[in-house]
Design a binder for this molecule. Structure first.
Ligand SMILES: C[S@@+](CC[C@H](N)C(=O)[O-])C[C@H]1O[C@@H](n2cnc3c(N)ncnc32)[C@H](O)[C@@H]1O
Length: 364
């Protein structure tokens, strides 16, 4: 794993970013993390801090002594946090997910801007419940939603700090937070879906998932099935609906996704045995276990686009399949997943394709 040194007023820290390689030299922090660290040191040095959306633990390492609680939806972020705290001999922190309750001590909220505004709204509601009245919210210029200032002004008064190294920080004094509309109930392909605020797709059926569902009848009948990267669980739920006896296991690195899949499962009153896992991929727990794995893989990690996560997931899936088991993957044509899959599987065939998507079956 590649490591890099973050130099800031709080010290020099060695930071690792899981998944980075010489081919893909990704860093565990960006200029908006540096901005937050400097601002907290200059203006809030005596505040207790609640950290939200710290992507790989850079903020937790630099602000360690001030942090009361570290909040994230992401299993991978939590794993990176542990790695980087250990690497820098820093104390473990109290961790919470956005769905659990946090410490009720008043503190300063320090947040990396999430990608989706529904999730930001949900987090602001949770911040208010946790007695956080001031928030520093940082992002890179290229990642800022166009209407971010107007959006934040719905929740209180906002000051934008000047851009530095293409990063900025919004200082929000929380006043009124209207309740988030999530979780929401939708119905797609005869399946009831309950989605939390940070779940992929949320109120729309992903076109890739839609294409997968058009061919789900053609998949083999299997006993032990995993929905890898389940989101709200649409692929596994549909498969279970038409294959009443199989055991379905759902996996996602977002706790909101895993909870959504579980709520959706209950809502659809399916009787198959089932299990739900918050994990990075399949968690390397069960080699040679599954007959069939269904997957609509992510093609980005936070704001970084690429096939590095899909590669890791395919390798993981190969290990978890029984000999003769099958991994069924949907992807945009241009991602050339058949080439990637051939690195790990002996035989890869195309089940279906259209102008935009391919559905591939890889045989272990
Ligand atoms: C393209 S969405 C697919 C969601 C759903 N299966 C569908 O078809 O609508 C990809 C999902 O992968 C999850 N994900 C990303 N990285 C992951 C990882 N390392 N391990 C497990 N899940 C991951 C994301 O949280 C997201 O829910």
């Amino acid at each position: 794993m590649l490591q890099d040194t973050l130099q800031c007023s709080a010290g020099h820290f060695t930071l690792l970013r899981p998944g980075a390689s010489h081919k893909q030299p990704l860093r565990a922090w960006d200029a908006s993390d540096e901005y937050l660290i400097e601002l907290v040191a200059k203006q809030h040095a005596s505040s207790r801090v609640t950290l939200l959306n710290d992507q790989f633990g850079a903020l937790a390492v630099a602000l360690n002594e001030q942090v009361d609680c570290w909040v994230s939806d992401s299993y991978c972020a939590s794993a990176a946090l542990s790695l980087n705290l250990k690497e820098n001999n820093k104390s473990a922190l109290q961790q919470a997910t956005p769905l659990a309750s946090w410490s009720a001590e008043p503190s300063l909220g320090v947040m990396k801007l999430p990608k989706n505004l529904s999730y930001l709204h949900f987090l602001l509601q949770r911040c208010q419940q946790a007695q956080i009245s001031t928030l520093l919210i940082a992002g890179m210029m290229k990642h800022l939603p166009k209407n971010i200032l107007n959006f934040l002004q719905q929740f209180g008064s906002v000051q934008r700090h000047p851009f530095k190294k293409k990063a900025t920080v919004y200082e929000l004094q929380l006043q009124q937070v209207k309740p988030s509309p999530y979780p929401k109930l939708n119905r797609f392909a005869d399946i009831e879906l309950i989605t939390h605020a940070n779940v992929f797709g949320r109120d729309k059926l992903d076109p890739g998932a839609d294409f997968f569902l058009q061919h789900v009848d053609a998949l083999p009948q299997a006993n032990s099935v995993a929905d890898l990267c389940c989101g709200s669980g649409i692929l596994g739920l549909k498969y279970a609906q038409i294959n009443a006896n199989c055991h379905l296991s759902f996996f996602d690195e977002s706790i909101m996704a895993v909870e959504s899949a579980q709520l959706s499962w209950q809502e659809n009153r399916l009787n198959n045995p089932s299990s739900f896992h918050w994990n990075d991929g399949l968690g390397h727990q069960q080699d040679n276990h599954y007959d069939l794995i269904l997957c609509n893989p992510p093609f980005h990690e936070q704001f970084t686009v690429g096939d590095h996560i899909a590669k890791r997931l395919f390798k993981d899936a190969k290990q978890s399949l029984k000999p003769g088991g099958q991994l069924v993957v949907v992807g945009n044509r241009h991602l050339s997943y058949h080439v990637t899959l051939k690195q790990y599987f002996q035989r890869v065939e195309q089940i279906a394709s259209n102008g935009k998507f391919v559905l591939l079956c890889a045989h272990a």
